[in-house]
Write a protein that binds this ligand. Structure first.
Ligand code: PLP
Length: 483
């Protein structure tokens, strides 16, 4: 059985959402703009889902629009805000949280350029805890046209201090967008009470299908349609509505409202604590990259000294546990996390971070199995001394060991008594595995030597600077724990 712990990337579709979508496709397939009974039925369904969304989001007034997802909601909000800033005096910048999802800074830059606005796009710094620097915001907000701050971060789960941000912006004319994608169903938003101008949401992050989302727009907030056409959604977002998506989202919102499908905060926190304890047991020395008390109860982001995120991801994947190395959008690139870098975490932590996230519909049985698998992953690593393959010995190393890859050779000269070693003619394919082996067996790497020009194959001597940092990171971690 697969243990899916990547809910911040996307979620499966809830059974009642699937049923609702199928019903909308099979029987209630009308176009809500049609005036015959089939169309009216579709419109009634759409109106009912919108009303439910208003109650769940704490948005009795303003607009709640159906659109394709959060990226579209972000574009619409940014376009709306920026269009209203043309010709405005006293405004010279747009602000976004340094840990914001890529869609936000990219949209700010894109629309600023396209609209020909002379506005700087500035990142609001965050502290080590991932929260916005409110003093910085207070200083810059008076000359900002738009401030974008997510409600909860997709990589770390860190929740923003929305009331603190509102206070820092008080008295300014800046518009405020809160990317609420990761918050839906996990924390109260009170959109109207907090005077948020724009709040995008995405169905697929909470058990609805991909391709359906919501955008809340405060009453009187500037609005410019991104899509012009047939005049759907009161001409605010043209295009025939995604009725099966709306029906499915409606089932999720109804489940949020009736409180029977999703776990409450206390239960989710207890689940997270159990997962955290299993991780700590499985991977001694593990550090959490964000303070749990500030995070969504369903997200853990951690690093293990000496273990790259790639190795951990492979290990989890082999145990059919799906986790991720950061946001799903950047998962394909093996780059350190921008979010953790913005928080000022050490390089080894940003380069080896793993995110584990579960959905609020998870039950105790699922968490039991997840904990069991995590502990099994730890046991597998210990049993193999992180070797992970026949190329590296699982028992103590001493003297000269030869490794061969595709006909090329690399040597490890080790002295077991002094725990010192030298790598000779390093091969790129072995860098990570050897670094892990040395770190696991507590060897100090004294030198990396190339004995020839490597015309026949690539040397990885330059990669070893990084590998040494991994080995050193683990040593420092252990020293800090001892002291
Ligand atoms: N904002 C946040 C915080 C997200 O996590 C995501 C998705 O990863 C998005 C925006 C983009 O959402 P969508 O996939 O609906 O376009």
């Amino acid at each position: 059985m697969e243990i899916y712990l990547d809910a911040n990337a996307t979620t499966p579709v809830l059974a009642q959402a699937r049923t609702a979508a199928l019903e909308a496709m099979t029987h209630d397939y009308g176009n809500p703009s049609s005036v015959h009974s089939t169309g009216l039925k579709a419109r009634a369904l759409m109106d009912a889902v919108r009303s439910c969304a208003r109650r769940v989001l704490g948005a009795p007034s303003g607009q709640v629009l159906f659109l394709s997802g959060a990226t579209e909601g972000i574009q619409t909000a940014v376009l709306s805000a920026l269009s209203s800033l043309r010709g405005r005096v006293g405004i010279d910048c747009l602000l976004y949280g340094a840990t914001e999802h890529k869609a936000v800074p990219e949209a700010l830059r894109h629309w600023t350029q396209l609209l020909g606005l002379d506005l700087q796009v500035l990142a609001i710094p965050v502290g080590r805890d991932g929260r916005h620097d409110l003093a910085w915001l207070r200083e810059h907000a008076p000359r900002a046209g738009l401030v974008c701050t997510m409600a909860a971060n997709n990589e770390t789960g860190v929740t923003s201090d929305l009331d603190g941000i509102a206070a820092a912006m008080a008295g300014t004319s800046a518009l405020w967008m809160v990317d609420s994608v990761q918050a839906l169903g996990k924390m109260a938003l009170d959109l109207v009470k907090r005077r948020i101008d724009y709040a995008p949401f995405s169905g697929h992050k909470l058990y609805a299908p991909k391709g359906i989302g919501l955008l809340y727009v405060r009453e009187d907030a500037p609005f410019t349609p991104l899509m012009a056409g047939g005049g759907q959604e009161g001409s605010l977002r043209s295009g025939t509505e995604n009725m099966s998506g709306i029906a499915a989202l409606g089932a999720v919102l109804a489940a949020l409202e009736d409180g029977r499908t999703f776990q409450d905060q206390t239960t989710l926190t207890a689940f997270r604590d159990r997962l955290a304890a299993s991780l700590e047991q499985a991977f001694p020395g593990l550090v959490f990259n964000a303070p749990p008390e500030l995070c969504l109860p369903s997200t853990l982001n951690f690093s293990v000294p000496g273990l790259s995120s790639k190795l951990l991801l492979d290990l989890f994947d082999a145990a059919q546990v799906r986790v991720s190395g950061g946001s799903a959008c950047s998962a394909a690139k093996a780059a350190p996390s921008d979010v953790l870098e913005a928080m000022g975490l050490p390089a080894w932590q940003t380069a080896s971070a793993v995110r584990l996230s579960f959905g609020p519909a998870s039950d105790a049985e699922f968490i039991d199995e997840a904990c069991k698998r995590i502990r099994a992953c730890g046991a597998a690593l210990r049993a193999n001394c992180l070797s992970g393959g026949e190329q590296t010995p699982s028992v103590g190393i001493d003297g000269l060991t030869r490794f061969a890859v595709d006909g090329a050779c690399c040597y490890l000269l080790a002295d077991a008594d002094s725990r010192r070693c030298v790598v000779v003619d390093p091969l790129p394919q072995l860098t990570e595995r050897l670094a892990q082996l040395l770190s696991c067996q507590r060897f100090t790497l004294m030198a990396v030597l190339d004995t020839h020009s490597h015309g026949d194959h690539a040397s990885s001597a330059h990669d070893w600077a990084e590998a040494k940092a991994l080995v050193r990171g683990r040593a420092e971690q252990e020293k800090a724990q001892r002291s």
